[in-house]
Write a protein that binds this ligand. Sequence first.
Ligand code: ADP
Ligand code: AMP
Length: 216
Amino acid sequence: MRVILLGPPGAGKGTQAGRIAETFGIPHISTGDILRANVRAGTELGTKARSFMDAGDLVPDDVILGMMGDRLGEDDAKDGFLFDGFPRTVPQAEALEKLLIESDQPIDVVLRMLVDTKEVVQRLTGRRTCTGCGAVYHVDYDPPQTDGVCGKCGGELVQRDDDSEDVVLNRLEVYRRSTEPLEEFYWGRGLLRDVEAVGSVDDVGDRIIAILREVE
Ligand code: ADP
Ligand code: AMP
C-alpha cells in the first residue's frame, strides 16, 4: 500500500507513522528525518538543507526530489510506503506522480489529518524528540517516564531547533502557502480522505487504520 500522510507540522504524522507502518508492513519514510540525519552526519545534502530547516522554510524542490528519487529506489519501498512530510509542494507532487506512473506504483490514498492551528502550536512548542531513535514525546500530552530520557531507547530528549515559537509560526505559514494546495491536487484525483486528528493517540491511530483497511 502506498500512503501519504498530509497535515500541518504537529498534526501527529510522526506519532502515528510507526503503528501504521508496522500494521501494513510498509516503510515509514519521513523527509524531515532523512534531512535531520544528513544534517547530523554533515553530508553535502545536510549542508544544503540546514539553513532552510533552521528558518522553518522548505528545502528546495530539486534537493528533495533527488533525495526521494534515491530513497524510492531502495528495495524496501518496492511494495509500498508511508510518506510523512512529502510531498510538500505541488511541483513535488507532480514529480512524484510522474515517477510512480513510470514504475506503475500509484498512490492509494492521501490521509489529511485535521487539527486546528492553536492545537498544533501547543503540540509543537511542547514536543521533545529523542536524539537516539527519533521517538517523539510531549511535555504535557505524552511525557516520558523519566524527565529528558527516552523510554524506548534511553536516549536524550531535546527540543528541535525549529520547534521554537517564532519558527513554528513560520512553518505553519509556509504550510498554508505551499502545502495546502496539495489538498485540491489530491482531491481532484479522488485520493483525499480526512481523519480527525484530535483525541488520544490511540483513538487517532484507530481511525487512520480503519480508513486504510477500507482502501487496502
Ligand atoms: P508531525 O510529525 O505531524 O509534525 P508529531 O507526530 O511529531 O507531528 O507530533 C507533534 C507533537 O504532538 C508531539 O509532541 C506529539 O507527542 C504530540 N501529539 C501527537 N499526537 C497527539 C495527540 N493525538 N494528542 C496530543 N498530542 C499529540
Ligand atoms: P518535518 O520533520 O516534516 O517537520 O520537516 C522539518 C523540516 O525539513 C521542514 O521545516 C523543511 O525545512 C524540511 N523538509 C522536510 N520535508 C520537506 C519537503 N518535502 N520539502 C521541503 N522541505 C522539507
